[in-house]
Design a protein. Structure first.
Length: 264
């Protein structure tokens, strides 16, 4: 991995780490699915504004871009985001962030089989084992990270691990088939599709009650939409496209550090 990737990896870890902590506030006031749906639609509106008022950007018309970005929107965005946000109702952002460190293990294994230029090495094998053993320790100890919850829930653990598997599929797709596409255009389609996927399901299953949301809850939602989704997803795609799946996976090691420093 080129050292030029490190500043981008650090910045993305900062964005997602702070986002994870701040989302804990929102999840306490919104239904998790509704939070994700509104968050994604707000971020997609930011893209609409750029396309509308910027004379240099046009809405993408490439059929392959729409096909791949739609896959990313459903499989690698809507499902993982919903799973991670839902996990915060069972455990702290710190525990969720630590479980996210298993992502490099999944990505490294998948990259070995699907990306010819990112084969497994002895160092990578050691890293995979360390990541998985760390997650196993958290699960076996039953950590929740919450002062009022003595025992962690297997549901919370499972949601995060499932999210990382779906995210892995998207990472491999980006690296193999989306090198020539604009990061901005792909992310615009991706987040819009994700929002249109999650929002109807959220309203159908959970309703649309926002009467208990306070100012801190709205701040959490806006931060998650424009920092955690709009800005971070563009950066994430760019890292994967330019530096590879392994470089992108290193973000997962920065997120827990940021989450631990900012709060639990």
């Amino acid at each position: 991995m080129h050292t030029k990737a490190l500043p981008y990896v650090g910045l993305l870890g900062l964005l997602w780490g702070t986002n994870l902590v701040i989302m804990r506030v929102g999840v306490g006031q919104f239904d998790p699915l509704l939070f994700v749906g509104i968050r994604l639609l707000l971020s997609s509106l930011a893209f609409v504004a750029v396309y509308t008022f910027s004379g240099r950007r046009l809405v993408p018309t490439d059929r392959k871009l729409w096909l791949y970005a739609t896959f990313l929107g459903v499989v690698s965005t809507a499902i993982p985001m919903s799973a991670v946000v839902s996990s915060l109702t069972f455990q702290s952002s710190g525990v969720t962030a630590l479980l996210i460190t298993t992502a490099p293990a999944y990505i490294t294994i998948a990259a070995h089989f699907f990306l010819p230029d990112e084969r497994m090495t002895s160092r990578k094998v050691l890293g995979v084992l360390l990541a998985l053993s760390g997650a196993a320790l958290i699960v076996l100890r039953g950590e929740s990270g919450l002062p009022n919850v003595a025992q962690g829930s297997p549901i919370g653990y499972g949601l995060v691990l499932a999210a990382m598997l779906f995210e892995t599929a998207g990472t491999i797709l980006i690296r193999r088939h989306m090198q020539d596409f604009s990061s901005f255009d792909v992310t615009a389609v991706r987040l819009t599709v994700a929002g249109l996927t999650v929002m109807p399901v959220a309203v159908l299953l959970r309703g649309f009650d926002l009467s208990h949301v306070t100012g801190s809850g709205w701040f959490s939602l806006v931060y998650a939409a424009f920092i955690g989704a709009f800005s971070a997803q563009i950066l994430a795609f760019n890292i994967t496209k330019r530096f590879g799946a392994t470089a992108f996976s290193l973000t997962s090691y920065v997120i827990p550090v940021v989450a631990a420093v900012v709060g639990v």
